[in-house]
Design a protein around this ligand. Structure first.
Ligand SMILES: NC(=O)c1ccc[n+]([C@@H]2O[C@H](COP(=O)([O-])OP(=O)(O)OC[C@H]3O[C@@H](n4cnc5c(N)ncnc54)[C@H](OP(=O)(O)O)[C@@H]3O)[C@@H](O)[C@H]2O)c1
Length: 292
């Protein structure tokens, strides 16, 4: 069974492997497959499911297929923009976004609600943090968080206004880990894109694909997973990175989810592998910002 651990000082506990529910939101993923992956995740011991208002059918599928199991998992979702009738990143769009997520996910309360990557200029205003505080006070959300990267994330993490962060952390994307998460923080920390979008799937540079930058970075880093397969190598790095509480691998395949559970249960990478990854990063990656 997957290990659960404290999610920073939030009072919540989360499994070291979470489910990134982006993929099951795609309309070409059949309803029955989405149901199998969502229910399979809980059956395999996953206790954190991460979604967003912008992930297609994801929120409503979580409501439809897991509404009856809502007390078995921590639900994180994100929003704050793209709401009809409101300017993006306004108190109105954020409040409406929260209401929409509650309805779609069939939840009485959202456990962790992230601002979905608004820029630091928006964060400096402070009004969205006030709106999140009001939603916490009203019992609509439990924990207010920020999801994003680089200087935006650094500002959010330092601000004292959020209890959790979600950020890109993987073998090819270590800026947030090294500059913000450090060796631990009171915040709950979720590693997104934890297997770097699996760029080893592509023999040729996947031009225009989400994984393109990571594909190039993996070549530059010249890492060697030795006897592990790439997914396991990548996952054990991010899931056990210091300060990370859960790594939310995205998948619409139950078989990959099972493999990820097995890989996470193998524990941290051996120290010699971690040294190799560190040295490769010092050699070519230390100037790399996080991919957004
Ligand atoms: N806040 C944000 O702005 C933001 C941005 C990006 C991601 N996220 C969150 O983070 C989650 C994960 O990020 P991500 O999906 O972009 O990247 P990821 O988890 O690093 O990689 C997902 C990709 O890996 C494949 N995969 C999963 N397990 C595998 C395995 N064992 N072997 C081979 N391939 C495997 C998946 O394909 P299959 O479906 O074929 O398994 C999918 O294409 C998202 O679902 C979302 O919840 C948040």
């Amino acid at each position: 069974m997957l290990r659960n651990q404290r999610f920073g000082d939030t009072g919540l506990n989360v499994s070291i492997l979470g489910l990134g529910a982006g993929q099951i939101g795609q309309s070409d993923v059949p309803e029955s497959v989405a149901s199998d992956v969502l229910n399979g995740a809980l059956d395999l011991g996953v206790t954190l499911i991460d979604t967003a208002a912008s992930y297609g059918l994801s929120e409503e599928r979580i409501g439809r297929h897991l509404g009856h199991r809502r007390d078995e998992f921590v639900l994180s979702t994100k929003g704050g923009q793209a709401i009809d009738g409101y300017p993006d990143w306004s108190a109105g769009s954020l409040s409406a976004s929260i209401e929409q997520s509650l309805r779609r996910t069939r939840s009485e309360r959202i456990d962790v609600y992230f601002l979905h990557s608004c820029p630091v200029e928006v964060l400096r205003r402070g009004d969205l943090q006030d709106t999140l505080d009001q939603a916490v006070a009203a019992g609509k959300i439990r924990i207010a968080g920020y999801s994003g990267d680089n200087e935006h994330l650094a500002f959010a993490a330092d601000s004292g206004r959020f209890a959790a962060i979600e950020t890109s952390i993987n073998i090819a994307d270590q800026w947030n880990l090294r500059h913000v998460v450090g060796d631990g923080t009171d915040l709950g920390v979720i590693a997104k894109r934890p297997i770097a979008n699996a760029p080893w799937r592509f023999d040729q540079r996947p031009i225009g694909n989400y994984a393109e930058l990571y594909w190039q970075r993996l070549r530059d880093l010249e890492l060697d997973p030795r006897d592990l397969d790439w997914a396991e190598f990548a996952l054990r790095f991010s899931a056990y990175a210091p300060g990370v509480h859960s790594a939310i691998v995205g998948t619409a395949k139950l078989e990959n989810l099972r493999r990820n559970v097995e890989a996470a249960n193998h524990g941290p990478l051996p120290p010699a592998m971690l040294t190799d990854i560190d040295q490769a990063w010092q050699r070519v990656g230390s100037d790399w910002a996080s991919s957004t």
